[in-house]
Design a protein around this ligand. Structure first.
Ligand code: GDP
Ligand code: GDP
Length: 433
């Protein structure tokens, strides 16, 4: 399942403001002028039980006005190919500009649903003015105010109709996505596993391709790999290479059960890697980290530990993740990486019997109960695992609203200690009984 919502539009219409609202980004960085480098351009959102990734296309292109139009047109093309739904944002306070028209030209070719989102309709008097955007001929328009949030509910109600539901992934073979920055060794790993040189280049802009899924069935392992390296797109504008690779990575990630995140040992873990890691975590995917090119590092008996600690510090608080030091070219620990992914998958789908859960967890809770609040004692009576696509546990108690974050973390850590959820995000809920 890949639900990707791409927000396209010219600078300053309010794309990143909407992005922040849809993803409820805490670290919202919205600047009063365009062209400012932003921290993050993709994140998770949810509406009426449907989950999706929102991509703010704006942040990728900087530069002079003459490259701007072609860069944005190209981004819109990529968005049409890769996203599930396009939100085309315009600004009611400026009306229709030439750049808006240029984008509409591209969007007319879209087979994907396009929503015309008229932003900055902060009060009802502006509703009337929004109607000029019907002249695009792209159908219904959605007047909203990203700033206040008005109209976004109606927009999302319609948008999620075009998204897929979370499916139960019972007894299907696991899918692993191999992701990471360019040059970390993704293709080399795939080649080493599959044993043939594959070089898939798609030089024609606008050709439709599916993600490359490779079936692997050897040495007692049966799974699918999603290759994000095999696909390279020729782009006219350099910055769009990153945009394209981000789109592909999100898609691969959403379609997988376990994400194999490759790092380059000579470069360490960078912000892009951390972003992918958090996206996997929020998407409730299993994660294995490979530190590749380990052959290139001068080592003593502490090197592995030092590197591991460094990575864990960066990915905190979710640090219960296998980290494997590989050399694809020297064929070191490649198989171990696959075993780790298989183990993570197992951890992700396993169900702990309720009796066993209670036998282990209730004495722990009894010894270390949640702190009393306002003289009230919290009694946790029992715990059960909720079925879902990743481990979730419901603890039934008298006053769930009084359970604070540190206690949730304590309980999660105890679950990890006793039942092994290495590599998988674990959700802990407290409910009224
Ligand atoms: P982007 O370049 O398309 O990502 O646009 P931004 O999200 O950075 O917004 C550009 C400017 O428009 C900022 O000053 C925002 O505060 C402002 N803005 C965004 N949404 C709204 C809105 O709904 N109403 C008003 N009045 N201003 C908005
Ligand atoms: P991708 O862009 O992530 O698919 O990376 P590639 O698989 O194309 O690898 C980029 C370069 O790194 C190639 O020259 C590989 O031979 C080299 N490389 C990949 N894995 C290793 C490794 O473990 N050790 C060393 N020394 N080089 C590697």
């Amino acid at each position: 399942m890949a639900n990707i919502i791409a927000i396209v539009g010219r600078p300053n219409v309010g794309k990143s403001t909407l992005y922040n609202r849809l993803t409820e980004s805490r670290k919202a960085i919205v600047d009063d002028y365009s062209g400012v480098t932003r921290d993050r351009h993709y994140g998770q959102g949810e509406w009426t039980g449907k989950r999706f990734t929102v991509v703010d296309t704006g942040g990728y292109v900087h530069g002079s006005d003459d490259v701007f139009e072609s860069a944005i047109r190209e981004q819109v093309l990529i968005a049409i190919e890769e996203a599930s739904v396009i939100l085309f944002m315009v600004d009611v306070t400026t009306g229709i500009t030439d750049l808006d028209d240029a984008i509409v030209d591209v969007l007319r070719r879209s087979k994907k649903p396009v929503f015309v989102v008229v932003n900055k309709v902060d009060h009802s008097l502006l509703q009337q003015e929004a109607s000029i955007f019907y002249s695009f001929g792209l159908g219904e328009i959605y007047p909203i105010s990203s700033m206040t949030g008005s109209g976004t509910g109606e927009l999302l109600d319609d948008v999620v109709q075009h998204l897929e539901k979370d499916e139960e992934e019972a007894d299907v073979r696991p899918t692993y996505a191999i992701v990471g920055r360019p040059n970390v060794g993704k293709s080399s790993l795939i080649n080493a596993l599959i044993g043939i040189e594959r070089n898939i280049v798609t030089p024609i802009a606008g050709t439709t391709r599916d993600s490359i899924r490779i079936h692997y069935n050897q040495y007692g392992h049966d799974f699918f790999l999603i290759d994000t390296a095999g696909l390279r797109r020729k782009t006219k504008v350099k910055e769009n290479i990153e945009f394209y690779s981000v789109m592909r990575t999100i898609k691969a990630l959403e379609e997988s059960d376990v994400v194999i995140l490759m790092l380059d040992a000579t470069e360490g873990i960078e912000s892009q890697d951390i972003n992918i890691f958090h996206l996997a975590e929020k998407n409730r995917k299993g994660v294995v980290i490979l530190v590749n090119k380990w052959d290139m590092i001068e080592k003593n008996n502490k090197t592995t530990k030092v590197f591991e600690d460094l990575v864990k510090e960066k990915i905190a608080p979710f640090t219960d993740v296998p980290i494997i030091f590989t050399s694809v070219t020297e064929k070191q620990r490649i198989f171990k990486a696959i075993e780790a992914a298989a183990k993570v998958y197992e951890n992700k789908v396993k169900k702990i019997p309720t009796s066993k859960l209670n036998d282990v967890m209730l004495p722990i809770i009894e010894n270390y109960p949640p702190p009393a609040i306002k003289g009230k004692y919290i009694k946790i009576k029992y715990v059960t695992q909720i079925t879902g696509r990743s481990p979730m546990f419901a603890f039934f108690c008298n006053l769930p609203q009084y359970i604070k974050e540190p206690y949730k973390r304590f309980v999660e850590n105890k679950l990890r200690e006793h039942f092994d959820f290495e590599g998988v995000p674990v959700q802990v809920y407290f409910r009224q009984k």
